[in-house]
Design a protein around this ligand. Structure first.
Ligand SMILES: Nc1nc2c(c(=O)[nH]1)N[C@H]1C(S)=C(S)[C@@H](COP(=O)(O)OP(=O)(O)OC[C@H]3O[C@@H](n4cnc5c(=O)[nH]c(N)nc54)[C@H](O)[C@@H]3O)O[C@H]1N2
Ligand SMILES: Nc1nc2c(c(=O)[nH]1)N[C@H]1C(S)=C(S)[C@@H](COP(=O)(O)OP(=O)(O)OC[C@H]3O[C@@H](n4cnc5c(=O)[nH]c(N)nc54)[C@H](O)[C@@H]3O)O[C@H]1N2
Ligand code: SF4
Ligand SMILES: [Mo]
Length: 884
């Protein structure tokens, strides 16, 4: 049966139609009726079917590694929390939750902590993601409201994209911009990012600014708009306050084009063009994401952007506005329920006594927290200091994703009581839990999420429920009940919770808060089942939702006026120096999601970029005598990781980029957050994840190798470097080491021996002189593992070897060629997979370009299908076309 649900990845919030057939095969396609994507999906959404797989799931509650009953688990969690609260007070416990919880889960977690335990020590991974955007909107508008819609893309005349690699991170929005530009070649697109990313491929102007200098640029723009009389007087006079001070600060820090260009490391002409185009285009839409938010002066950066929209009155009308892209599927829902440590539910404020009293009355709660809780970085520091003695982590993996990740790990190791709710049995964080609680996940859960443009959509179940896993809201409610709050947590379904959440949003609201979905408060079970996406607010005034907010100039501040914020730009906390000469930038790649617990299971998604890497400018690489694919140690004041070198002209000189995804389950030492210092924005508490400083040194292993095996965990402690990635039916391990074992054959047997040893037969080749070792292990006629070790990194290509694992039995010719690593002559090698949707490899594409004289991505698509589904490989196809 086909079920309409929402993609569990990014904040675009695409609707998908998912079905499970009789053989247990899941098919996923885009929902043509969903307003966010109208049938389109990116590579990650398309591959969802491959990730619904139970092998690595956490399926039963566990205490101290032993399976227990739910009764025992709930009693233990509630009992330990209760004891610690009784002895040390409510602030001695904490929850750390996630924008990947559904709104209903999130609502219940927040209610339990703030209204019943009586502490605000609940923070979320959105602290690392959206908290600066939230603070910026609140300062400017009086409420955390994103005023625009994706539809504005089609109506804009100019689109500014700053600090966002949307080609990889919000691909369906990016493709919409690509199409808008095709339909209207005059649409002027500016991409602002120190790196030249795939997103820059759509840009008319790419400003590769000095990292961290955005507020100088936007202050310069503000001053320029004012100087060139682009001020919307009607708007600024009636609807805003604070303009004079903001202009003064802008003029002081960024007086003219030359000064901006110098401070931002740009050319005068590029800056002038950006300013000129912005000044003369009424319909400007400005997108921003982590390149802005993850900074120690992020909130100011956000306001420097919003200031420009306020000065020109470009807000709340079609085709314009400051558009903060949300990252996670339910980052927005988390904001609605007040999941951050400094907020209350339904966009109310912790610092406001009227709000606190109102919420306490609505919840009928015994206590209400009355001061801000600890923000993520401080929360884990408090765990480390023993002030927080029990922590419950849900749907996030802080040992990988928090800055100073090793300190977070050490804090959790020390902590008296760590509870983790996750759907996966082994993550860096789950490993450290005293109690593990098995959560249902995508495909199994019911509830709602809110996307970047405020669309509330349903997530629906279409899979059977595995083991004893339960919905997060159920787990939290059971603990609440056991703690003595049964009456207020007697929910029977996500539907019950949604109704309460909707009712609260309208409770004594009277237009004070824009977040109002009170028209949904009485939604019936059937209506919740059939719920179609709707964009909040959804109230008496806007029963069908609302696309744009603030078009009437009425903001959510007490006096109804928006605020300009005077911004004095501050540089990032750490500057490169002799010891750490590189600026370390971190972020995402196209086909991986965060800490890889889902995407890392997909063969298709794992092939685009199978190993952790550091990208650096060619001249920096030359100066360090580094070549493509060399292994390097990257270190900071906090730690060290091993990754491969990628050389890319897209990097600024002096800046390097490392993806955030690799972790202790997929690599030996690839967790980049062990390097990132926890320097936070003073207002939002969001860490500066885009700007650390680091040094790079060659790793110089004495041997290199790879292992292809059906086995999913190998003990590779002896290797200096290892990483694993998924291929169809097997795992691929890339390894390298400084210490050479005495006997490779011996080592291989220790590594690969298992209960099938009696049936295993080995084929081996060893050249001790050259330090070459090659082996294949068969179980019966089937290839089970192979090992290739050499003195240099030049080893056989993996693709053909991988394909041999698909075979029941190897042909004699294949068996013979196996240890040479070279396919028999008639074999076609497709190369690295570039189009993940149709599995088309680099070699196939390059060959087709050469043989058929292809000139455009469309022609490649016609011939090979590559690029015709999600389109996110099109920039790469263009690169192949450009470099014959
Ligand atoms: N494939 C994929 N997509 C995802 C995710 C994923 O894990 N994988 N995660 C989702 C989540 S939760 C989020 S938050 C979003 C994040 O989406 P994005 O914010 O688009 O992604 P990032 O790669 O973190 O960083 C964006 C860009 O900021 C740039 N940047 C660094 N420093 C500066 C600076 O000083 N100024 C400017 N202007 N730019 C700078 C970086 O070079 C990078 O290209 O992606 C979502 N989508
Ligand atoms: N250096 C650096 N660090 C960063 C960033 C960066 O750009 N650079 N970006 C930051 C940002 S923006 C973000 S959003 C974070 C993301 O970082 P995390 O939130 O730590 O990453 P995920 O891998 O998404 O973790 C989600 C966890 O929840 C589990 N899970 C999935 N579904 C469910 C469910 O329904 N219930 C429960 N209980 N568990 C579930 C998954 O198995 C996984 O273990 O990383 C941040 N860290
Ligand atoms: S853009 Fe891709 S990852 Fe994001 S919601 Fe849509 S299909 Fe999912
Ligand atoms: Mo995020």
């Amino acid at each position: 049966m086909a079920v309409k649900t929402t993609c569990p990845y990014c904040g675009v919030g695409c609707g998908v139609i998912a079905s499970l057939d009789e053989d247990g095969v899941v098919t996923v396609k885009g929902d043509p009726d969903h307003p966010a994507n109208r049938g389109r999906l990116c590579s990650k959404g398309t591959a969802l079917g491959e990730t619904v797989y139970l092998q690595e799931r956490l399926l039963y509650p566990e205490i101290a590694d032993q399976q227990v009953s739910w009764e025992q688990a709930i009693a233990t969690v509630a009992g330990r929390f209760r004891d610690i609260i009784d002895e040390h007070g409510p602030d001695a416990v904490a929850f750390y939750v996630s924008g990947q919880l559904l709104t209903e889960d999130y609502y219940v977690a927040n209610k339990l902590m703030k209204g019943f335990i009586g502490s605000a020590n609940i923070d979320t991974n959105s602290r690392l993601c959206m908290s600066s955007a939230v603070a910026g909107y609140k300062r400017a508008f009086g409420e955390d409201v994103m005023p625009c819609s994706y539809d504005d893309i089609d109506r804009a005349k100019m689109i500014v994209i700053t600090g966002s690699n949307m080609a990889w991170c919000h691909p369906v929005i990016f493709q919409r911009i690509v199409r808008a530009k095709k339909a209207n070649p005059d649409l002027f697109v500016v991409v602002i990012d120190p790196r030249k990313t795939q997103t820059a491929s759509v840009a008319d102007l790419h400003l590769a600014l000095e990292p961290g200098s955005d507020s100088v640029l936007f202050n310069g723009l503000l001053a320029h708009l004012d100087a060139s009389d682009e001020r919307n007087e009607l708007f600024t006079e009636n609807f805003t306050l604070g303009m004079t001070a903001a202009l003064e600060a802008a003029r002081k820090s960024a007086p003219d084009v030359a000064s901006v260009a110098r401070q931002c490391g740009l050319s005068d002409s590029d800056v002038a063009e950006f300013f000129r185009m912005f000044a003369r285009t009424e319909r400007v839409l400005t997108f921003y994401s982590q390149g802005i938010n993850q900074s120690s002066s992020a909130v100011d950066k956000v306001n420097s952007i919003i200031n420009c929209h306020l000065l020109t009155g470009r807000i709340g009308r079609p085709g314009m506005g400051p558009f903060s892209l949300t990252g996670q599927p339910n980052a927005m829902g988390g904001r609605e329920v007040g999941g951050l440590a400094n907020q209350l539910a339904a966009h109310m404020e912790l610092s406001n006594p009227i709000h606190r009293e109102r919420l306490q009355r609505f919840w009928q709660s015994p206590v209400m927290s009355d001061k801000d809780g600890l923000k993520a970085v401080d929360l884990f520091r408090a765990v480390d200091a023993g002030k927080v003695k029990a922590v419950w982590i849900m749907a996030t993996n802080p040992v990988v994703s928090m800055p100073e990740a090793d300190a977070v790990k050490a804090a959790l190791e020390k902590c008296e009581f760590v509870v983790v709710s996750d759907c996966v049995r082994e993550t860096d964080t789950v490993r450290l839990a005293d109690v593990r609680l098995p959560a249902l996940t995508w495909g199994e859960k019911d509830g709602t999420v809110t996307n970047s443009e405020r669309y509330i959509s349903r997530t629906r179940r279409f899979l059977p429920l595995p083991g004893q896993a339960r919905p997060d809201w159920w787990i939290i409610s059971e603990v609440a009940r056991q703690m003595g709050f049964g009456e207020q947590f007697s929910y029977r379904s996500a539907h019950d919770i949604f109704r309460e959440h909707a009712a609260l949003s309208g409770f004594e609201n009277d237009g004070e808060r824009s977040f109002d979905i009170s028209a949904l408060a009485d939604i019936s079970w059937e209506e919740y089942g059939a719920f179609n996406p709707v964009q909040w607010p959804v109230n008496a005034e806007n029963p069908q939702g609302k696309a744009r907010i603030y078009g009437d100039g009425r903001f959510n501040t007490e006096d109804g006026k928006a605020r300009f914020i005077a911004v004095t730009p501050r540089p990032p906390v750490r500057k490169p120096d002799r010891e750490f000469p590189f600026v370390l930038n971190t972020g995402r790649v196209r086909d991986q999601w965060h800490t890889m617990t889902r995407t890392g299971m997909s063969p298709r998604l794992s092939q685009h970029i199978p190993e952790p890497y550091i990208e650096m400018h060619p001249e920096d690489a030359t100066a360090q005598q580094l070549n493509e694919d060399d292994l390097v140690a990257v270190s900071s004041s906090r730690g060290e990781i091993y990754v491969r070198v990628k050389i890319g002209k897209g990097q600024r000189k002096g800046s390097v980029f490392v993806p955030m995804h690799w972790n202790g389950v997929f690599s030996g030492k690839g967790r980049v957050n062990t390097l990132v210092e926890a320097n936070v924005d003073p207002i939002s508490g969001q860490p500066e994840s885009k700007h650390s400083v680091a040094r790079i040194a060659p790793c110089q292993p004495r041997w290199h190798g790879f292992i292809l095996t059906r086995r999913n965990r190998l003990n590779l402690e002896y290797s200096t470097y290892w990483t694993r990635s998924r291929a169809t039916g097997l795992w691929r391990y890339e390894i390298a080491g400084r210490e050479t074992p005495d006997d490779w054959a011996d080592r291989a047997r220790v590594l690969l021996s298992d209960e099938n040893d009696a049936d295993a037969n080995w084929v081996e080749f060893f050249d001790k002189h050259q330090n070459h070792y090659r082996a294949a292990r068969f179980i019966g006629e089937q290839l089970e593992s192979c090992v290739f070790i050499g003195a240099s990194a030049v080893l056989p290509e993996r693709d053909w070897l991988v394909s041999l694992f698909m075979k029941e039995k190897l042909e004699p010719a294949e068996r013979q060629s196996l240890l040479t690593g070279k396919p028999p002559l008639d074999h076609v090698d497709v190369g690295r997979i570039v189009c993940a949707c149709f599995n088309v490899g680099e070699k196939t594409i390059k060959k087709a370009i050469a043989e058929h004289g292809l000139k455009t991505p469309e022609q490649i698509g016609e011939l090979l299908q590559a690029g015709t589904n999600c389109g996110s490989c099109i920039p790469e196809l263009r690169e192949f076309l450009a470099t014959p």
